[in-house]
Design a protein around this ligand. Sequence first.
Ligand code: PEP
Ligand code: MN
Length: 341
Amino acid sequence: MLVVMKKGATQVEIDAVVSGIEKRGCIARPIPGGERVAICVLHNDGPVDASAFLQIPGVKEAIPVTRPYKLASRESQASDTVIDVGGVRIGNGHLTIIAGPCAIESETQALAIARIVKKAGAQIFRGGAYKPRTSPYAFQGLGDEGLKILAKVRLETGMPVVTEAIDHEVFEMVEQYADIVQIGARNMQNFSLLRRAGKSRKPVLLKRGLAATIEEWLMAAEYVMEGGNDQVILCERGVRTFAHHSRNTLDLSAVPVVRQESHLPVIVDPSHAAGIRDQVIPLSRAAVAVGCHGLMVEVHHAPETALSDGAQSLYPAQFDDMCRQIGPIFGVCKMSTNGCG
Ligand code: PEP
Ligand code: MN
């Protein structure tokens, strides 16, 4: 249930609602809104009796929240969440471009690619320091050294950086260096990692699991939010299907559905969806047209030599093209009253 306060409700009135919720053995989570405060009731075993709350002064209404993902749901927050990462905004009205290599391979490589993507229009730099690889024999990333290189990239280019925390063990270190902590597709239902991300004060980029439904994905976001971190960015990166023409199948229909269901920003990673460079630009155009809030794309200055995911990494000139092409498409989307949603 969501207890919505009247405009101008006093702190004493809000506190009365909070203690009423806590007296029932539930958790009260105030959600600050532009005009009025709403208080979400969490951890209730059954339906909560609304009438008791309606008698408290300052309460406007009590609305049932029907979705299992309460905090992530539009029912608890009608307006879009916009996340500010070092001055770069992700969410409503913005198209944020995140680009960089799959993995940080060296300082020279990272800086060269960072300069290229920034010039073309990227606002945030990506690069894995710790890599979740299918094969234990594949390049596992530079680890802490990669994080230090990311910090240099931020210092030199001014771009915030996003990198993955592959497990609990490295979370703290990643959190110290990254501006956004990525939770990878394979970890979408690693609940202890999600709880750890919930304690973080850094925004979390939550990738959709390889075979996750939208409900499971939003429930994963709920874990992070329930822990106290409401800065979650969802990332559609393709799901496993019978298709052989691409690495995964990019589920673009997820974008409008998530935008309807949730107030959280949703971005698209066409690189891991496609697995093949030639599909990345057309899928990026389509992702923008369908209303995503941003793209995360792998780019490499010399993809033939890349230590991971070279086949799906764009050449610099291709990334430049991509950035040029998506601008007008986003312009058309902005003409729609709900930004293509
Ligand atoms: C990545 O973005 O570096 C990555 C490993 O992607 P995913 O978790 O979507 O496979
Ligand atoms: Mn990759």
